[in-house]
Design a protein around this ligand. Sequence first.
Ligand code: SAH
Length: 367
Amino acid sequence: MPYLTPPEDLASLLPGEPPFRIRQLRAWLYRTPVLHAADMTNLPKELRAGIEPRLWPFAVEEEQTADRGQTVKWLFRAGDGASIETVLMGYPSRTTLCISSQAGCALACTFCATGQFGFERHLGAGEITAQVAYAKAWLDALGLPGCSNRLSNAVFMGMGEPLANYEPVREAIRRLIEEMGMSARSITVSTVGVVPGMLRLAEEPWPLTLALSLHAADDDLRSRLVPLNRRYPIDDLVAAAAAYRRKKGRRVSLEWALIKDINDTPEQARGLAAIAQELRAHVNVIPLNASPLSQFRAPSQDAAHAFAARIRAAGANVTLRRNRGGDIDAACGQLRARRHTAHQELAPDTAQCSAAGNLPNVPGNEP
Ligand code: SAH
């Protein structure tokens, strides 16, 4: 499994091969990844044949496209059965990949499908990096209609809490930058507010973009939406985000999944605008990707516009994001959720997961 071996240790997979062969393989894995080892044209045929069956550390269980082919979503399956969701979103001038850092998630945010299903396991650095390499290879081979075919951005907004899986996420980021040549600024780590992780990230050598999933401007409401808020309340998050900004000189983004009659009120808008101004942060408002099974609803378009307008009027920077992939199984957590639901229907006496439909959205890095 070449992606599960650190790039510096590839020689251990090919004993007896000269150093230039190892360098060639390393380039095929990271600089110019290909979907099939057969396309590693400068390697001997037998070597390619040996690599082919174990090139990717997961099988492609499903591939879906949406938005006139400009969004592609994969459900990958690791050898042990763990599910990994990855979503590619193309735009005319850039292409963003939404990657998973864990199979499942332990943090149980009440509006998030991944959170409702609980935690499967952490992903390794190689499994995280391979999501990016796969998408890059796929873009190269197939491309997205009307979109840039250069994978320019990666956002840790798929399944899982990246700062709860710190070391593998850090190592994956290092490989994206040093092996794949991505720019640190184009990599966004999105966190629900793991304060020690945020402070650690501020000490790393890279100017990564940090996104904080805020969703509520007071601790009462936030603790209802995000249980982790009881451990790290809003004041601590704001202090950690401010420390990141000071240290890195990078503007932090605030993510806000807008939920009808919950966090779309004028009071919440006022509170959010005040926090955004204090941090000089950019606010991304993302209408909830709701499901019929969930108690939470998406706001109307008018209500979403009105909410964003309030933030703007208060002097803060805001973008109202549109949902991607709504006509497939939307985004992260949902493909896995549907598989789970089907399974539950077959085994009704284990059907605990009635929150199945809380379908998280993939907020891209673009409006
Ligand atoms: N754990 C990290 C990253 C994964 S979630 C975090 O919380 O930031 C990525 C983003 O999707 C977060 O901002 C999250 O709040 C948001 N999200 C989750 N479920 C959603 C839903 N149903 N609708 C809209 N956004 C959702």
